[in-house]
Design a protein around this ligand. Structure first.
Ligand SMILES: [Zn+2]
Length: 301
């Protein structure tokens, strides 16, 4: 925890001084939204990211440094859909900043711009399910990033009308670059179509669907609930049935179930970065890394 805390502080100190003259102070809950806000805002925004790419955004402590950053913020950019259910409300309640309160223009929830997958008929967190409002990990589908970018550009312009030309220019550049990259990734990833995929946590559902891979199972019995001995046994037979399946996990997922599986036989694990580095081209680099990592393991003998 200490390591990740200091990492976030490093990020905050790196990002905060980007522009003394920034018109908007943006507090991003996850680094994908920090990267997007930087790409769309340019020099008119100073961006802070609450979580590093190496931190599980489902779990975060409402530390004093984060509360202070929310207190100063003009705009919060978060995933919503319950991803930050354990901490965002506590942060905003402690920060007492009416500009970014729920329902105000200063609180932007990216999930409200997209159609979520796996939305249950009713919200039930009783069994430890951390996806009680639907799957909130939609940033791994770049087509949805374009949708969120369009909504976020409108919000930035609403909050800072004088920056309209700046936001429009950045949005256009982002959209052009992303459209070109999507074509490139889809061409590169053609060999992945139909590849069976097992997820540790349902973090890659949107990526799997976008690239036409086949979702055959998940190690966690429910999102956020660690796999037990029975789940590991079931996973062994699933791997037996799908010997070419790629098992996708984030660097911060508990490694012990993966090590246990590896001791039982060959498992094609792929560690994917769960989020981008928060920088202007962070999203493109992140998607590049994921597509290449999948291709590399899928081609391996
Ligand atoms: Zn999740």
């Amino acid at each position: 925890m200490r390591k990740s805390t200091s990492f976030v502080l490093v990020i905050m100190s790196l990002l905060a001084p980007i522009s003394q003259a920034a018109a908007l102070r943006v507090f991003a809950c996850e680094s994908e939204w920090a990267a997007l806000a930087m790409a769309l805002g340019g020099e008119r925004v100073a961006v802070t990211s609450a979580t590093s790419p190496n931190q599980d955004p489902h779990r975060l402590e409402a530390r004093p440094g984060l509360i202070a950053a929310v207190r100063r913020a003009d705009l919060l950019v978060c995933s919503g859909a319950g991803l930050e259910a354990g901490w965002l409300e506590r942060l905003t309640a402690s920060a007492k900043n009416p500009r970014v309160a729920a329902g105000r223009p200063g609180q932007f929830l990216a999930s409200q711009a997209v159609a979520l997958k796996e939305v249950p008929s009713s919200i039930d967190r009783s069994a430890g399910d951390v996806h009680a409002e639907g799957n909130p990990h939609f940033a791994s589908d770049p087509r949805l990033l374009l949708t969120v970018a369009s909504a976020l550009t409108q919000r930035l312009t609403q909050l800072d009308p004088q920056g309209q030309a700046n936001y429009a220019a950045h949005a256009s550049a982002f959209s052009q670059a992303m459209h070109a990259a999507i074509e490139r990734w889809q061409e590169q990833a053609k060999p992945l179509a139909g590849t069976p995929v097992i997820q540790y946590h349902k973090r890659y559902v949107y990526l799997i669907d976008w690239l036409g891979m086949q979702d055959v199972g998940t190690l966690e019995p429910k999102p956020g609930v660690p796999p037990g001995p029975g789940d590991l046994q079931a996973m062994l037979s699933l791997i037996h049935d799908h010997p070419r399946a790629l098992l996708l996990h984030a660097p911060y997922d508990d490694q012990s179930p993966l090590r246990w599986l590896a001791r039982q036989g060959k498992v094609r694990t792929v560690a994917l970065p769960a989020a981008p580095d928060p920088q202007v081209d962070g999203l493109q680099r992140w998607l590049d890394t994921m597509v290449n990592a999948l291709l590399q393991e899928a081609k391996a003998p």
